[in-house]
Design a protein around this ligand. Structure first.
Ligand code: ATP
Length: 201
């Protein structure tokens, strides 16, 4: 369970949104909505411990997030914008490197399988800079298949995906939630899932 009490964030000394209160339990998902610059990325980064809130509290499994960042990072998967995929590496190397940073070993066959599930069969050994924006997004999303995590925190995961890719991500999310997972995501687009809660910034 993730719970947020009176959470406020500011950037450059400017408050971004009113204090927020919400919680997310196993099997639930939540969409963070707001205009460009409203603070969606800032909120998601704060919720995973990458930014410090101006005020308020984030609790994970009943304990303050700040007191258990290492455990929280093992239990969660945060995917930011697609620049997190390195152009100079191949998709397989990208997945192996990201996994290694999480202290996890992913072999080539596992990486290839994940890429294939995301519709990238045959792309594993290409330089990532040759891939389209939507294909890079799919490389990033492949990480979800390689790293078991109770909480997915996804910043604009549907950006650059075509209809097939969006449906595929919808299916991955639905399966994750059905298995007791949680998901928190920002999106300007409709999300192909049964309605979840909304945090409007
Ligand atoms: N490091 C920073 N220093 C100062 N201001 C920042 C910094 N990072 C972000 N901001 C500002 O904070 C505000 C919120 O940015 P954020 O990226 O969280 O918005 P967003 O809702 O995710 O926007 P978008 O929909 O365009 O992705 C913006 O006005 C942005 O310029």
């Amino acid at each position: 369970m993730l719970s947020v009490t009176d959470l406020a964030c500011s950037r450059g000394g400017r408050p971004l949104f009113r204090p927020l209160n919400f919680s997310l339990a196993p099997g639930q998902w939540m969409q963070v909505m707001g205009n460009n610059g409203a603070g969606k990325t800032t909120l998601l980064r704060t919720l995973v411990g990458l930014s410090t809130p101006e005020q308020g509290r984030v609790m994970w499994q009943g304990r303050p997030l700040a007191a258990q960042l290492r455990e929280f990072r093992r239990a969660s998967c945060y995917l930011g914008h697609h620049a997190a995929v390195k152009d100079e590496l191949t998709p397989i190397e990208n997945l192996q490197t990201a996994a290694a940073l999480d202290g996890q070993a992913v072999n080539e066959a596992q990486a290839r399988d994940a890429l294939e599930t995301l519709g990238l069969a045959g792309c594993g050994r290409l330089p990532t800079r040759f891939l389209s924006a939507g294909q890079k997004r799919r490389v990033l999303l492949s990480r979800l298949l390689l790293r078991p995590a109770a909480l997915w925190v996804l910043d604009e995961p549907f950006a650059a995906l075509d209809t097939t890719g969006a449906d595929l991500l919808g299916q991955l999310l639905a399966r994750h939630l059905a298995g007791g997972g949680m998901a928190l995501l920002s999106s300007h687009q409709p999300v192909p899932l049964p309605p979840g809660s909304v945090v409007a910034l």
